[in-house]
Structure formats: C-alpha cells, structure tokens
Design a protein around this ligand. Structure first.
Ligand SMILES: C[S@@+](CC[C@H](N)C(=O)[O-])C[C@H]1O[C@@H](n2cnc3c(N)ncnc32)[C@H](O)[C@@H]1O
Length: 398
C-alpha cells in the first residue's frame, strides 16, 4: 500500500460542513471495509454524487466567488453570446430545433443563451439534463429570475431523452466531472490504483487491473511516442463511450458541443504529467489530493479529446470541429461582442475586458479549454463549416 499524495493546507471548513464530510467518509470507509479497496471511479462517484452528501448532491455553493471554482459562463455573458452564434448557425439549417444542456451547474449559461438567441433563432425547447436534484432546483430559480418569459419552454431531464430530437447538445465542463479510473505503470505491467482505508484517511493501493480496463490502457499507451516510465500514473475514462452513446443516441440531426479542459491524447499522457491530471478545488484552492474533505471538494480530470473523438466514431457521430476555446470564441463573433462594449460606461467596459481576457488568454482559459463538435445528419456544407471552427481546425492533432 502506498500513502496518499502529500496533504495540502486548506482553509478549515466550518463544523457543520466537516460533519457532512465525515458522514460521507464513514460511508465510503464502511463500503471499503465490506468489499475491500474500491476503484477510484467508485470513490469519485460517491465523493461527487452520493445522494445528499456528494459534492454535487449536497446543497452547498460550488460556483462563483463564494464557492470553489469559476466556470466560463460564471464570468459573465460573453461566453454565452458567442456560443449562441454557433447554435444559431446550426439551428438555421433545421426547421425547428431544441437545445439540451447537460450538467447546467447554476443555470447561468442557459439563462444567458436564451437571452442571446434572437427570437427568430429561438429553440422550441430548452431541456436540461442534470443529475443533481439540488442543482436542478438552483437552475430553476436562476432561470425563473432571469428569463421568466422562457419558463414554458424549459424543462428538466433526469435521463437522456428516448424520443428522437434535433438541435444542439451543450456540455460545458461536464466531461471533466465524470468518474475516471487511475492506473500505475509498474514496468511493463499496468496496475489499477484503488482506494483503501489507511491509518489516517484514505490511501492508494495498487491492484491487478480488471481486464477491460487493462485493454483500454494498453491501447492508449501503445499509441504514444514515448512509452511511460516505471511509476507513471494517470487517469482513463472507461465510462466515456457508454456515456456518450446514452446522451447522443436519440439526436437525429444536429451537433453536440463539448467544451472542457483537456488535451489531445499525445499531450494528455506527456512524460512530465507523471501523476496524471486529477485536480481538486476547495474554496478556490487547487490541489491534487482527492482524499481531502470528501463531499466538500470538487474532483475532476482533464479530458482526453482523442478518446472523445474515438467514442464519437463508435456512436456514428462525425467530429466536425476541434479547436481551442480562444479560437472558437473568435469564430463565433467575439470581436463583434467586444465592439458592443463601446457603449458601456467605462467601469463596466473594464470589467467586460477582464472577462474576455480570462476566456481567451493562453495562460487562462484560452488554450487549456478546448471545444469539440460532434455532428449527426447535418449537410456536409454545414458540418464542415461550423463558424466556431473556421479560424482554426485542430482535428489533425487528435
Ligand atoms: C463542473 S460543473 C459545470 C457546470 C456548468 N456547465 C458550468 O459551466 O458552469 C459539472 C456539472 O455537470 C453535472 N453532471 C455531472 N455528471 C453528469 C451527468 N452524468 N449527467 C448530467 N449532468 C452531470 C453536475 O451536476 C454539474 O452540474
């Protein structure tokens, strides 16, 4: 058994939050006690989604300044105004279209998209696929406050729709929140990293890799230029193909847009990323120890966009675009959005310019965040000319 990564120093949570985390910790410890060390995906699933106690299921504030992290739509409406341009272009090819947003967080992207979409390009329905009951309620309140006139077109889904639909699926920072597996390269052997009960908290334990996971890791590693060094550790999302199949199965015509932080595979598994890409957030502090305050800490892993493209092919979807967030926003008319700031009072203009910088600068969200469009049934002309991907097509890097 090896110990957890070095403990980080974080602000002490208030007692009632500590008690909530301890309750979840006890539950996970009991599970491990009964079944033996659990896979990291089981641990991550419980830490994020255990009913009433997991990070996304308990009623705590997660987003924005008073929460743990800020996402692009939380910064302001620039992201949504640009994304609306891409949605309009796709919607215009369909006689009527819907938007389905997966993992809508606080609901602010939905509200800003609906405000930005001109009446003539408006979707017939805006449906939100959200697994957290608490966040569904937060989203309802955000939308009722901001776009009351749209409420009769908005609904919530607990499962992806079964009946065929056409339009755009939007998922911003959702793939990074799906539970992943962790592996460890021991010479030529691949071990699964499991979560065990340690003396003072959870601890990593190496175990024989389940066959299906080993096969997937071997395929991924075999395609890399440099074989990973002994002791190299990283993540793999074994659930991604099945998840993508479920959420896109009933999309008859349209595009799924995934926006997230990640890399093409050859960058994801770079030798220098020897401990993987796992990142945890607590009160705007980022660290890499997923065992700290389970339930109070967000846990996420970067997205392997090559894996997403492979999963898309398996679902019969075309990869119709892949680029950085900065280039995507430029292709979606960012310059026009910036010109509209001219009419604002100076203070507001400064704030909007800071927002644009955060969205686009390479050291902020501009390059680490990437966008992929997966389409089905679009005309070739549109599928190959989506405006967000016109300035830069990075599909060759996958
Ligand atoms: C990091 S937050 C991003 C929220 C929002 N999209 C934003 O950009 O602010 C992840 C969101 O995905 C949701 N989520 C995670 N897994 C999901 C799944 N399998 N289906 C639907 N929603 C999911 C979470 O509950 C949460 O709303």
């Amino acid at each position: 058994m090896c110990s957890a990564t070095s403990r980080v120093i974080l602000p002490e949570p208030p007692q009632e939050l500590k008690s909530l985390s301890e309750e979840l910790t006890d539950l996970i410890r009991k599970k491990i006690h009964q079944c033996g060390p659990i896979s990291f995906s089981d641990y991550m699933e419980m830490a994020l989604y255990e009913p009433g106690m997991g990070y996304y299921s308990a009623g705590l504030q997660k987003f924005g300044e008073g929460g743990d992290f800020v996402t692009a739509p939380q910064l302001g409406d620039v992201f949504a105004r640009c994304l609306a341009k891409q949605i309009e272009q796709i919607g215009d090819e369909l006689d009527h279209y819907e938007i389905i947003e997966a993992g809508a967080g606080s609901g602010v992207l939905a509200a800003d998209l609906l405000k930005a979409l001109q009446d003539s390009h408006a979707p017939t329905h805006y449906r939100i696929l959200e697994r957290s009951a608490h966040l569904r309620q937060v989203q309802r309140e955000t939308l009722a406050r901001n776009v009351p006139q749209w409420m009769d077109r908005i609904s919530w889904l607990e499962q992806p729709p079964e009946a065929g639909w056409q339009g755009v699926l939007v998922a911003n920072e959702v793939l990074d929140a799906l539970a992943v597996e962790r592996f460890h390269c021991a010479g030529k052997d691949i071990k699964q990293l499991r979560v065990a009960n340690g003396r003072d908290g959870f601890a990593w334990q190496q175990a024989d890799c389940p066959e299906a996971m080993r096969d997937r890791v071997e395929i991924v590693l075999a395609g890399l230029q440099d074989p990973p060094a002994d002791g190299y550790q990283s993540e793999i999302n074994t659930l991604l193909p099945a998840w993508l199949q479920t959420v896109t199965a009933s999309l008859e015509k349209g595009t799924a847009l995934f926006l997230d932080y990640g890399y093409p595979r050859h960058e994801y598994y770079l030798p220098q990323r020897f401990n993987g890409t796992l990142i945890c957030h607590y009160r705007h502090r980022a660290h890499d120890d997923p065992f700290v305050w389970p339930g109070l800490t967000d846990i996420s892993a970067s997205v392997d966009f090559t894996a997403l493209a492979e999963a898309a092919h398996g679902c019969g979807l075309e990869v119709s675009g892949y680029t950085s967030q900065m280039m995507f926003l430029l292709g979606c008319g960012l310059e026009g959005v910036i010109s509209s700031f001219q009419s604002l009072p100076e203070r507001d203009r400064v704030v909007k310019n800071i927002e644009v910088r955060k969205l686009t600068l390479p050291g902020e969200m501009g390059e680490r965040f990437q966008v992929m469009a997966l389409s089905r049934g679009l005309s070739e002309n549109l599928g190959e000319n989506l405006c967000g991907f016109a300035p830069s097509d990075l599909r060759h890097r996958l």
